[in-house]
Design a binder for this molecule. Sequence first.
Ligand code: F6P
Length: 320
Amino acid sequence: MKRIGVLTSGGDAPGMNACIRAVVRTAKYFGMEIYGIRQGYAGLINDDMVAMEMRSVSDIVQRGGTMLRTARCVEMYTPEGQKQAAKTLNDRGIEGLVVIGGDGSFKGAKSLTENFGIPTIGIPGTIDNDLEYTDYTLGFDTAVNTCLDIINKLRDTMTSHERISVVEVMGRHCGDIALYSGIASGAEIIVVPEIRYDMDDIVMRVNRSRANGKHSNIIVLAEGVATAEEFTKMLQSETTYSVRGTTIGHVQRGGSPSMADRMLAAQFGNKAVRLLKDGIGDRVVGIRKNEIIDLDIIEAVSMKKKFNYELYETLQMISL
Ligand code: F6P
């Protein structure tokens, strides 16, 4: 393959820039031409792209966001949109495409592969960690670290006032951000979409922790269950302790990527281009048991994310 493209799609994630850099630099290493497509699939449909060189990606390894911009492109879900995207690639002589994004973005890549025979490689870029085939997605580690920073601060003030804090984190239908930030922050309780919660049990756990000498409580709530406002109201009507709700929101998606995310970005980006260089497409890259892997894109998209119940039990055992 002599000419390839790269785009970022869906919600941005810290580490996307570092990954674009790895893709561009690897392509250049192999003497390939590489085009940066702006605003995800929208740029592909509207033919909005720029040729990238070694220096196009200088000074971005440490930056959050994505220099290529991103979008959630509804047109890419339609046959007309997909056809137009494929046409742009064919007209430009672009033989392979790297898509950095989440589940929805992979579906777009899958359609280009399945319906138009365009080799694509998917790189999992989302803070949600909601893809089953990979242990971690790009941006998840940084997002959790951002949550930890905020929860640490909340703990200070909650303890001063002997309050309960309900902290809403992102993750869509996946509870991983809540699970990991709950364990790592020492939260007493997490509430996730994968497990039905029982308000009586939550109140009992709060009371037990207070009887054991605790002066505050942190409840990490996944957005897929309820908003912090809704949950705080419900809990306040069941307890005499004062409850406060906080929504972390889009802060989770910004900021300089952590070491872990920069390492993933470098390895994912490099692997994706090596595959295309060898004429291999229709794959996604990921990490399993600390090893960079690649897998059939259709298989990866059809896998259902499993919740880590063992980690959930760990939290329950060590938090009170
Ligand atoms: O998929 C990433 C994510 O941040 C989810 O956690 C969240 O539900 C969603 O995107 C928010 O989307 P938007 O930025 O479009 O409001």
